[in-house]
Design a binder for this molecule. Structure first.
Ligand code: CP
Length: 331
């Protein structure tokens, strides 16, 4: 199987883990997107399964709930012929006092080649990468990063617009609690997009400008500049106290309505990582309308996760541990 349609080759990939987009170079991000495009083509064929990860074991370790990410990783691993196993934290021996690291080391002792980890604590996947020998993929760590969501958002924009360089993308909503926002910021800025963060001041700290983006508080002023709007969920579960007066006031000021879609550039692309709060961050009319790419994002997520698993599979036996710094590359 040779999934690459572009000049990027699998041998260009040197990393054992995918912990965040902050660590990746522009070239590495493009390599994943090119590989994902090839897997998207394979997914259109009648025979969708390829033997790339035959004999490998992929464990999903989710310490937070998930619909899209866990299912998508499971399906991606199956399409690559890996054996997959879900670990359910709530029914595990964590309740008897077993530590996070001991749990992971026991799972590794069962032969895991790769662990897909979601945890409420920022840095949890990075910690595991220092204590186990198998590959680690960050499937969301607190408000820090969600790299495969960032990648599938990039893929969706690139396929819809034909490019990312030069586009203006607004990330709207609860930026300060959003791991999706951070992965989008790293990925979009590395690929040359202008990124505007927009929401209430309590959810969009001015200090985030240091990440290479602009900060704005009036969505209606931002929209005429936008090619893409990525509408982020209000993360009520991560807010210790109310950070805006009411949900209805938030919706009036920042909710994507059809009238607001028309304020954007022609063919404004509307993304939302899901789960969506219909009527809060966007109206059902927008969520289900012609500008929405919400379900394309989910479809592309499968191809992105196949690409990441495929690229990491070449490095699963490497002895490198810890983060993904260049010192760990063996190229
Ligand atoms: N977008 C996303 O990560 O969705 P899940 O929480 O359902 O995985």
């Amino acid at each position: 199987m040779e999934p690459h349609a572009s000049s990027t080759t699998p041998t260009a990939w040197t990393r054992k883990h995918l912990l965040g987009l902050e660590d990746l170079t522009r070239e590495e991000i493009v390599a994943i997107l090119d590989t994902a495009d090839s897997f998207a083509e394979i997914s259109q064929r009648s025979r969708k399964k390829v033997p790339a990860l035959q004999g490998r074991i992929v464990f999903n370790l989710f310490f937070e709930n998930s619909t899209r990410t866990r299912t998508s990783f499971s399906l991606a691993a199956k399409r690559l012929s890996a054996d997959t196993q879900d670990f359910t934290a709530s029914s595990s021996s964590l309740s008897k006092g077993e530590t996070f690291i001991d749990t992971a080391r026991n799972i590794e002792a069962m032969g895991a080649d790769l662990m897909v980890v979601r945890h409420a604590t920022p840095g949890a996947p990075h910690l595991l990468a220092q204590h186990v020998n198998c590959s680690i993929i960050n499937a969301g760590d607190g408000a820090h990063e969600h790299p495969t969501q960032g990648l599938l958002d990039l893929m969706t924009i690139r396929r819809a617009k034909g490019k990312i360089d030069g586009l203006t993308v607004a990330l709207v909503g609860d930026i300060s609690h959003s791991r999706v926002a951070r992965s989008n910021i790293w990925g979009l800025t590395k690929l040359g997009a202008r990124v505007i963060l927009c929401g209430p001041p309590t959810l969009v700290p001015r200090s985030m400008e240091r990440l290479g983006c602009e900060v704005a508080y009036h969505l209606d002023e931002v929209l005429p500049h936008c090619d893409v709007v990525n509408v982020l969920r209000i993360q009520f579960e991560r807010q210790a106290k109310a950070l805006f007066p009411s949900v209805s006031e938030y919706s009036q000021l920042y909710g994507m309505t059809q009238a607001r879609v028309l304020k954007g550039k022609d063919n404004l692309l509307v993304l939302a990582p899901g789960p969506i709060n219909r009527g809060v961050e966007l109206t059902p009319e927008v969520a289900d309308g012609p500008n929405s790419a919400i379900l394309d994002q989910v479809t592309n997520g499968l191809a992105v996760r196949m690409a990441v698993l495929y690229l990491l599979s070449g490095k699963m036996d490497s002895k490198a541990t810890g983060g993904d710094s260049s010192t760990e590359r063996d190229a």
